[in-house]
Design a binder for this molecule. Structure first.
Ligand code: PMP
Length: 402
């Protein structure tokens, strides 16, 4: 008998299982609202034109080769990434107390932060929102955290943020807990704190001496505006927090499978920054040794060139505008149909996802009867919607609810 016969089969990863089901489904009107990636109005993936331009240049650049990158990653990329996040004139940058460590996507950056806080600072307590991106919990679990808690966040009745619940739950944690925060476009709810609410969240984190880990996977992609989407991170930095921020370039550059991410480290002084960076390098060395070049080179080339940078900013506007248009259209359509319930949260939520409030029975109805694939939680990817499937989906939701 195999010595692995006693290994429990892990539960399927819901989002990938749904994508597979959708791909196998022969139904002509099937719709995939589960995937976590941008789609055009034709329902196709979009390679950003500015990315194509840089790729063409890279293909014939004789100075490029396949040598290893430094353990902490491509210097031009890391510098551009932290500048994009904090703003060029940010005092923390000027004072040389910010470092970037390249990672395998936003996931890799989260993993680095979680590992560092566990291994070097012996953290064992972590709190994150309920609900949150399903990977947050698993990452901290696999990093060995013993006390993983979730704080109230989504108020199902109001279809909005339960700020007081959130603050109370963070307050109930021990001092020096790791607090994971979604900097913008909260996944899965699409509900973000207002600036006033962020101030209260920062107060609590300060009181509790929390290790703040900001997850920013949708900068620019959320509102179409770089500054606006990084406001929360910049605000915490302006208050003097030392923090980590995991940056993903998967969505805002459409570089999903290139695994481009960065862990931004902000400390109180240059010396601590160097200390932290040196330990991060050991963690990288034992995890993936050194990061891949291709995607990071593309991002660096765009961010470090003013003309390409403006072109990219147009692209993120194109993507975020299309998502907002789909929100508007779905809302209008449901209103027109007289679908029971209030649906304005669809318009107010931020980012790629909408937490529809559909319950599991309604979700099942959409999958079984209409071949519309979405997560059990009722989360839908707004850019799975197109002008051509909008009526079909709205009518199906109407049918599921009535
Ligand atoms: N954090 C959140 C909240 C996300 O939604 C995602 C992507 N789904 C990530 C991090 C990580 O993205 P990636 O590793 O693909 O860059």
């Amino acid at each position: 008998a195999s010595r692995f016969a006693d290994v429990d089969v892990a539960p399927p990863i819901e989002v990938f299982a749904l994508i597979a089901q959708h791909n196998e489904d022969p139904h002509p009107n099937k719709v995939n609202l589960s995937v976590g990636a941008y789609r055009t109005d034709e329902g196709k993936p979009w390679v950003l034109p500015v990315v194509r331009t840089v790729e063409a240049q890279m293909a014939t650049d004789p100075t490029l080769n396949h040598e290893y990158l430094p353990v902490a990653g491509l210097p031009d990329f890391r510098a551009a990434a932290v500048k994009l996040l904090l703003g060029e004139d940010n005092p923390a940058l000027v004072e040389n107390r910010v470092e970037g460590v390249q990672a395998l996507g936003g996931t890799g950056a989260l993993r680095l932060a979680a590992d560092f806080l566990k291994i070097i600072k012996q953290c064992d307590n972590v709190i994150m929102s309920n609900p949150t991106w399903e990977n947050h919990r698993m990452i901290f679990k696999n990093c060995g955290y013993g006390n993983i808690k979730q704080h109230r966040y989504w108020n199902a009745e109001m279809k909005g943020l339960d700020l007081n619940g959130m603050l109370e739950d963070i307050k109930a944690m021990p001092d020096e807990t790791v607090v994971v925060l979604h900097a913008c476009a909260h996944n899965p709810t699409g509900v973000d704190p207002t600036q006033e609410q962020w101030k209260k969240i920062a107060d609590i984190c300060e009181q509790k001496k929390a290790y703040v880990l900001m997850d920013i996977a949708y900068q620019g992609f959320t509102s179409g505006d770089i500054e606006r989407d990084s406001w929360a991170v910049r605000y915490f930095v302006s208050r003097g927090f030392e923090l980590f921020a995991s940056q993903s370039f998967s969505k805002n550059f459409g570089l999903y499978n290139e695994r481009v991410g960065n862990l931004c480290i902000v400390t109180k002084d240059t010396e601590s920054k160097m200390r932290v960076k040196s330990q991060m390098e050991i963690i990288v060395r034992t995890t993936w040794s050194n990061p891949p070049n291709y995607g990071a080179r593309i991002v660096a080339s765009v961010l470090n060139n003013p003309a390409l940078y403006s072109e990219w900013k147009e692209h993120i506007k194109t993507m975020s505008d299309r998502i907002r248009l789909m929100r508007d259209q779905l809302f209008q359509k449901l209103k027109m149909l007289g679908t029971p319930g209030k649906w304005d949260h669809i318009v107010h939520q931020q980012g790629m996802f909408s937490y529809t409030g559909l319950n599991t029975t309604q979700v099942e109805h959409l999958v079984k009867k209409y071949h519309i694939y979405l997560l059990k939680s009722g989360r839908i990817n707004m850019c799975g919607l197109t002008t051509s499937n909008m009526d079909y989906v709205a009518n199906a939701i109407h049918d599921a609810v009535t």
